[in-house]
Design a protein around this ligand. Structure first.
Ligand SMILES: Cc1cc2nc3c(=O)[nH]c(=O)nc-3n(C[C@H](O)[C@H](O)[C@H](O)COP(=O)(O)O)c2cc1C
Length: 192
């Protein structure tokens, strides 16, 4: 049995929907336990993220898939606070050789999402984790429609009226699901 943790922040639920799709994909792989861990602003006190119970669970996983919306070309502050809280784990290399992946959602077509994913790669490298790319070619059914190979990208035009339901492009959801499945399968191969 292997455990895949999906750790993410989402301000207005696009990244949350992607996280659920990643989890659904990972759940398709028998012998995989999937955990969704949502970072919230309430976990940050005086600028420091703290949730010992959540961190303990994440530490026990075999793979961690990180998700954040793109805010100003990088990860959201709330997510960065979690990353900074994990620096103690970095010091003892507690995540070494766990598999890692990442996804992000933005409002603009580019929106500089690459900056977010590249930061997640850097963080994984600092932890000596093994980064897994998206692994899908662009396809006419919407799979990897944004052509991101580092990790998974999603994009939807912002609704400045605040009246429309929160939706993620079906192709981005499919890509997220395939990514979760890919990481769960690779985690099982790696742990054999
Ligand atoms: C503080 C802030 C900064 C943002 N910066 C960017 C950005 O740099 N590029 C972009 O395309 N969208 C940007 N957006 C839009 C978000 O990426 C977009 O709304 C995304 O879907 C939010 O994901 P969520 O629903 O999971 O919170 C920003 C939104 C906020 C609130």
């Amino acid at each position: 049995m292997t455990t895949v943790a999906v750790v993410y922040f989402s301000g207005s639920d696009h990244t949350h929907l992607m996280a659920e799709a990643v989890a659904a994909g990972a759940s398709k792989v028998s012998g995989t336990t999937v955990e969704l861990h949502r970072i919230t602003g309430e976990q940050i006190i005086k600028g420091r993220w703290k949730d010992d119970a959540m961190m303990e669970k994440i530490n026990l996983s075999d793979a961690i898939i990180f998700g954040s919306p793109t805010y100003m070309g990088g990860v959201a502050a709330q997510f960065k606070a979690f990353i900074d809280a994990a620096s103690g784990i970095w010091a003892r290399q507690g995540w070494k050789n766990k598999l890692a992946g990442g996804f992000t959602h933005s409002g603009s077509p580019s929106g500089d999402k690459e900056g977010t994913l590249l930061y997640l790669v850097t963080n994984a490298a600092q932890h000596s984790m093994i980064w897994i790319g998206s692994g899908e070619m662009r396809q006419s059914d919407g799979t990897n429609r944004l052509g991101s190979y580092i990790g998974v990208m999603g994009q939807a035009d912002p609704d400045f009226t605040g009246t429309k339901p929160i939706e993620v492009d079906p192709g981005d959801l499919k890509t997220s699901e395939l990514y979760g499945q890919r990481i769960a399968e690779l985690t099982q191969s790696f742990r054999k």
